[in-house]
Design a protein around this ligand. Structure first.
Ligand code: CA
Length: 337
């Protein structure tokens, strides 16, 4: 038995032209008994055709996608498109406003709560609306991420290695059309519980979905923003929503695999992190990745952390104070796909 979403959109997804409004997520609190959380949504539609779904601030402390989608909302002329574009620049609005990865209301990580729950917490209700209302309308989707406050990335795009070969081919074609200089295929999950991510939802609905990691460190990476703006435009061309003449020239995409546990370096101890490699470096198996110092016991030697396998350094941890189990780096290796 499927229970319907309790979220009330004040836009009509089937109406032509440009509409903006809110998804009203009713949330009764001490300060606001009958209030709702206003998640902004923009719908651009012109006749029949494919539908693209663009989201950002699924993690609220990732900013390139939010700015790229704000710019797209203002600049995309519905008269120039064929089909429909649905845009949610502040997908997890409470997290976006707080500038935090997770919601300050329920600590909900929107990209770990799919397929959601219509009667669950605020963040579970958002996941459920996207899974049950938005993804079924979409042919192609892009959820714009970055590394957030604790990680930084070489700006890149990504897809999930889905089981269905036809869908995988469609995702690869979309990834190349997006035109980021660098991309990766997430093949191992990295402990994210892939079925509970938005891309897991897209796979359940057969939607061609790509993601991004446009920078991170809780700030704005201008190069990442440029990649996002060109990529979204080219994705709309690829989908047939914008005309071929709108395509912006982009570089060939270098595609990496990010596999299982040995692609990740996790901290074996608590301490102060001294990274000894940089983003974009190529490393070898066994190479020193970082030292962990303990100023609390300065007479002890630092703990050395090494890469389990070689590859390209895609991602690194930002805060120096580190706990055992924190992710320090992850790498990618050139893909055969
Ligand atoms: Ca993220």
């Amino acid at each position: 038995m499927t229970r319907p979403s309790r979220i009330v959109p004040d836009v009509d997804f089937d109406k032509d032209g440009r509409q903006h409004g809110f998804l009203r997520l009713f949330h009764s609190t001490h300060a606001s008994a009958y209030g709702y959380i206003p998640i902004p949504v923009v719908v651009l539609k012109n006749g029949s055709g494919p539908t693209a779904l663009f989201t950002s601030a699924t993690h609220g402390d990732e900013y390139e996608g939010q700015i790229a989608l704000c710019n797209l909302v203002r600049n995309l002329d519905p008269a120039r498109i064929r089909g429909r574009v649905i845009i949610l620049p502040a997908h997890n609005l409470p997290a976006a406003v707080a500038g935090r990865r997770v919601s300050p209301i329920d600590d909900g990580n929107l990209n770990r709560l799919f397929p959601g729950d219509p009667d669950g917490t605020v963040t579970q209700q958002i996941a459920h609306f996207t899974e049950s209302v938005l993804l079924p309308k979409a042919d192609i989707a892009c959820d714009l991420h970055s590394g957030g406050s604790s990680l930084n990335y070489v700006p890149c795009a990504l897809i999930r290695r889905v089981a269905d070969e036809t869908l995988l081919k469609r995702q690869l074609a979309a990834l190349r059309a997006f035109g980021a200089p660098l991309a990766y295929i997430a093949t191992g999950g990295g402990g994210s519980g892939a079925n509970h991510t938005q891309s897991g939802g897209a796979e359940r609905h057969g939607v061609t979905m790509i993601g991004t990691e446009l920078g991170g460190a809780g700030t704005l990476n201008r190069h990442g923003l440029e990649i996002a703006e060109r990529g979204l435009n080219n994705l709309l061309v690829h989908a047939g929503i914008l005309p071929e003449s709108d395509r912006i020239a982009s570089p060939e995409t270098r595609i990496l695999d990010v596999g299982g546990a040995d692609y990740y370096v996790h901290s074996p101890e608590a301490g102060v992190l001294e990274p000894v490699v940089e983003l974009g470096d190529t490393v070898e198996a066994g190479q020193l990745a970082a030292r962990l110092h303990t100023p609390e016991t300065p007479w002890l030697p630092p703990v050395e952390v090494r890469f389990p396998r070689g590859g390209f350094v895609l991602c690194k941890r930002i805060p120096a104070r580190t706990q055992r189990g924190d992710c320090l780096f992850h790498i990618g290796t050139d893909s055969a796909l």
